[in-house]
Design a protein around this ligand. Structure first.
Ligand code: UGA
Length: 435
């Protein structure tokens, strides 16, 4: 089957590459000619483990190609996936659908035969019906269906998540569209991954509900962590004890400096906004959004305590600034709140992150960059672990402490313990949710 994918961002590129690996003929389209040139040269514009090799393999077979020519991509395609960005709209917190609707119109004008227009971008409930209206208006004679097919992959684990999903959700209105979607996902169906076929609104809602629930789960454990610190409990033990209850589950119960990334912050805001518009506010999600901001600020207070109440004149090494490991993505990363607070308080900040520098240099202008965590810690008064990259999970803490002026460790991902830090010669240590 020939498939076109519009948008070569995270979701579009991973989906396109994986669909081609399923055996389909896939053309990925983007307006950004520099990006397409890069992809044609076999270079992946994002950091995602394993994506380059999978891409190369499928380009070699001739199943996967890249173009800026939307018309050529759509010609003969039975399904066209819209995987363009839906950023938070300035002012009202809603998802900005400009790119989705522009893509829908272009597809409508380019398509000649029956096509299923599938929205993979995360879009608010009701968007697929609006896409259908836009297509109908732009090309009244076109035979088409719309489908909602939200994506649940995580950055850093994208290929595995796509190839071995917990579930695939497909929202359709007709049997014909359902059949096209079923043949696209046939390789997963054959391997017995659950494929849920439902209506458009339920599919759209599932994506937001899932992300908002996960953001709530993280925020819940972050609040429990704050209380654990006060009452003398250990949040890691508490999370383990809770997570072994199958009804709760042990995933997404790691307390930390607040959730970030391109999805949870944006999707929680968009869901809250939709709920308000329908006069059915989801107060829980509204609170999660607020609390997550407080969690990030609480981290600054924690570090300030560790530095005896002042950042002024201190030298701080920050290990990890991306919103999580195995990505170069800095969007809504807790580092964007914490690092400026350190700099604003008068400290000199050195950052070490295996992939964060490219994006981070513009976002964190007043810091210097080190490739090596030990070099970053040279003469420092504080080391902060902000992202749990594997590189920072097995540090030689004694060697680190020896290189510092004042050995203090702010372990905001609970990678080590107070005992580890004390044995290594740190004079002060804080972590999350442990007294
Ligand atoms: C998230 C969802 O997990 C995916 O299912 C979804 O497809 C994706 O959003 C999306 O909507 O596109 P992602 O943003 O890549 O994926 O990252 P996560 O691994 O979910 O982490 C999000 C944030 O939560 C990170 O800042 C991470 O550090 C934080 N987190 C996660 C915690 O603080 N504690 C945890 O236990 C888990």
């Amino acid at each position: 089957m020939k498939i076109a994918v519009i948008g070569t961002g995270y979701v579009g590129l991973v989906s396109g590459v994986c669909f081609s690996d399923f055996g389909h003929e896939v053309v990925c389209v983007d307006k950004d000619s520099r990006k397409i040139e890069m992809l044609e040269k076999g270079k992946v514009p994002i950091y995602e483990p394993g994506l380059d090799r999978l891409m190369e393999r499928n380009v070699e077979t001739g199943r996967l190609s890249f173009t800026i020519d939307l018309n050529a991509a759509i010609d003969g395609s039975e399904a066209v996936f819209i995987a363009v960005g839906t950023p938070t709209r300035r002012g009202d917190g809603h998802a900005d659908l400009t790119y989705v609707m522009a893509a829908a119109e272009e597809i409508a004008k380019a398509a000649k035969d029956y096509v299923v227009i599938v929205t993979k971008s995360t879009v608010p409930v009701g968007t697929n019906r609006k896409v259908a209206e836009v297509v109908r208006a732009a090309n009244p004679d076109l035979d088409f269906d719309v489908a909602s097919n939200p994506e649940f992959l995580r950055e850093g684990a994208a290929i595995d998540d796509f190839m071995k999903p917990d579930r695939v959700v497909v929202g359709v209105e007709t049997d014909r569209a359902a059949a096209v979607m079923a043949s696209i996902y046939r390789p997963l169906y054959l391997r017995e991954f659950p494929i849920i076929t439902t209506d458009l609104e339920s599919a759209e809602m599932t994506k937001y509900a899932a992300n908002a629930f996960l953001a709530t789960k993280i925020t819940f454990i972050n609040e429990i962590a704050a209380l654990c610190e006060k009452v003398g409990a250990d949040v890691k033990q508490v999370a383990r004890g809770m997570g072994l209850d199958n009804r709760i589950g042990n995933k997404f119960l790691h307390a930390g400096p607040g959730y970030g990334g391109s999805c949870f912050p944006k999707d929680t805001k968009a869901l809250a906004r939709t709920a308000q518009e329908y006069a059915s506010p989801i107060q829980l999600v509204e609170t999660v959004i607020k609390v997550n901001e407080e969690v990030k600020r609480r981290m600054v207070d924690k570090l300030l305590d560790l530095c005896d109440g002042s950042f002024n004149g201190k030298c701080v090494a920050v290990l990890g600034v991306t919103f999580k490991p195995n990505t170069d993505d800095m969007r809504d990363a807790p580092a964007l709140t914490i690092v400026p607070a350190l700099v604003g308080g008068g400290s000199t900040v050195r950052v070490c992150d295996p992939q964060g520098r490219r994006e981070g240099e513009a976002l964190l202008p007043s810091v210097s960059w080190e490739d090596d965590p030990y070099a970053a810690a040279d003469g420092a008064d504080l080391v902060v672990i902000l992202t749990e990259w594997n590189e920072f999970r097995a540090l030689d803490l004694s060697a680190l402490a020896k290189r510092m002026r004042t050995p203090r460790l702010g372990d905001l991902r609970n990678v080590y313990t107070a005992e580890d830090a004390q044995k290594a010669g740190f004079q002060a240590y804080v972590s999350i949710g442990r007294a």
